[in-house]
Design a protein around this ligand. Sequence first.
Ligand code: FE
Ligand code: FE
Length: 198
Amino acid sequence: MSKYDLPKMQKKLVKYLDEDRYEHTLGVMYMCAALAMAHGYDLNAAQTAGLLHDCAKCIPNKKKIKLCEQYHVELTDFEKEHPFLIHAKLGAYIAKTKYDIQDPDILSAITWHTTGRPDMSLLDKIVYIADYIEPLRDKAPDLETIRRIAFRDLDECMYVILRNTLEYLEENPKDVDNASKEAFVFYKNLYLTRRNEL
Ligand code: FE
Ligand code: FE
């Protein structure tokens, strides 16, 4: 596996993010390293995915849609109606073309970091969870518990985060995208099955 030059990528990335987003990004990068240590994943690859996960976040929404058209990144109608989702897919494209990331696992983790999906790869889960629990996050409920679970069981952690996220979005069910719903059903079943086997 190729080693990615993190400081070099940071120097470039800092120009494309506002200060808060950059601080968040560093938090996610270090959380990715910590979770990779706990669960056995390549540290450099995990940090690269964390560093670049929000690389498209600070592009204005209209420009995001324009860039996707220009780069032939296909968007669903749902994504066009909820443009904050677009930074995931567009971010993977930018990581590939502007930061020369060829590792499909890293590109997948960036693509799925906002919604999750059923049966995520180890790195998909690391980035999704790191994004949720990095130290600057303080609004989500049960963070203390979730942070502890993250170091013990990534699948259970996915279940708890998705459950909380869907509960939070429940007031506007039409704003919940299918990938998140499917991911929730998947991790709920996985959790219940494992618990019954104990
Ligand atoms: Fe994001
Ligand atoms: Fe993020």
